[in-house]
Design a protein around this ligand. Structure first.
Ligand code: MN
Length: 254
């Protein structure tokens, strides 16, 4: 089985090494193509206004001066002689839960894989907010990743779908199990934007990701993580809200 790995935290991200450890338990045919620098929050963006460079860092290991989506596109169209059977994205440094998904470079890399008709899974390691982002413990992902992947590797999946997996911020022995759950909801519209002055005196703004008020609705990824479970959420590319079609069609109808 040929597996493509990517990671929105960049080619040197510790989470990508963890993902490689997980993937090598399933195959030796591992290809890595990831952004040369961190692209968290890049969502499903494509680089269109400047050239993208491809750097070969080793055998089957490539860095792209672009987004996670650029990296998957480059891997599929330029780098890999044959398409992968599986695309794994992560392990992201931090959660991709609820409404994180459309901002997420990690999930978007898996979306790009699903668009290409390839089984794609995104992995994210939640970390405690009081912890340091430089030093995220990936132990839950390292231990539970293979257990999750062994079940997902040949699970039935519909066209244009992908899987989003989050590991809780717990030592692996404290993780209670795996739950299959729906996408929850939390609100980033009230997140903080920090204002300051740079060393030259110019005003800047920096988007923060404060702990966000959210309700832990039953059966959601947010609740599963809060309860100490690995959250597995199937996602679909079709964002249509079907019940509104009829309502709007009536409004625009003659
Ligand atoms: Mn990231």
């Amino acid at each position: 089985m040929r597996i493509l790995l990517t990671n929105d935290d960049g080619i040197h991200a510790p989470g990508l090494k963890v993902l490689e450890e997980i993937a090598r338990q399933f195959s030796d045919d591992i290809w890595i193509c990831a952004p040369s620098e961190e692209q968290s929050g890049a969502g499903h963006s494509l680089t269109l206004t400047r050239p993208v460079r491809l750097n070969t860092l080793g055998e089957r290991r490539f860095a792209v001066t672009g987004t996670p989506t650029d990296s998957v596109m480059m891997a599929l169209r330029t780098v890999m002689p044959d398409a992968p059977d599986l695309i794994l994205s992560g392990v992201n440094r931090g959660a991709n839960l609820g409404d994180d998904i459309t901002y997420s470079g990690t999930v978007s890399a898996a979306i790009e894989g699903a668009l290409a008709g390839i089984r794609s899974i995104a992995f994210s390691q939640v970390y405690a907010r009081e912890g340091m982002a430089d030093d995220v413990p990936f132990s839950a992902a390292r231990e539970w990743g293979p257990k999750v992947l062994s079940r997902l590797i040949d699970a039935p999946m519909a066209e244009r779908t992908l899987i989003n997996v989050n590991f809780p911020a717990l030592p692996p022995e404290d993780v209670k199990g795996i739950r299959v759950v729906r996408q929850g909801f939390h609100d980033y519209s009230r997140g903080s934007i920090v204002e300051g002055r740079d060393p030259r005196g110019y005003r800047y703004f920096w988007f923060g990701l404060d702990p966000i008020e959210h309700t832990l609705d039953h059966g959601t990824d947010l609740e599963a993580i809060d309860d100490g479970y690995v959250a597995v959420t199937p996602l679909q590319l079709d964002l249509t809200h079907y019940s509104t079609i009829g309502i709007l069609a009536e409004r625009f109808g003659d």
